[in-house]
Design a binder for this molecule. Structure first.
Ligand SMILES: [Zn+2]
Length: 81
């Protein structure tokens, strides 16, 4: 992976919605993201997408996505650095 792993955050797809099990900023659990699975291929193809976490309103810019991870243009996992 060309993007540093600390810029990646795992997501889950449940019934057509995207969730993260914990928010990287505020540690809220099972956060429903304002993002649809159909948008992931567009992001993977290079469309940058602003993502606002509904729990704490922190913003990240998604620059890639794969089957398991969302990839941001900045580090998400402070804990791992
Ligand atoms: Zn949050």
């Amino acid at each position: 992976m060309m993007i540093p792993f600390q810029n990646a955050w795992p997501y889950e797809t449940v019934m057509g919605d995207l969730y993260v099990s914990t928010c990287p900023f505020c540690d809220a659990e099972n956060v429903l993201l304002p993002l649809k699975p159909k948008e992931l291929p567009e992001i993977h193809d290079g469309k940058k997408r602003l993502l606002v976490f509904p729990c704490c309103h922190n913003k990240i810019t998604l620059i890639d996505a794969d089957q398991d991870y969302l990839l941001s243009d900045g580090p998400l996992s402070k804990r791992m650095v």
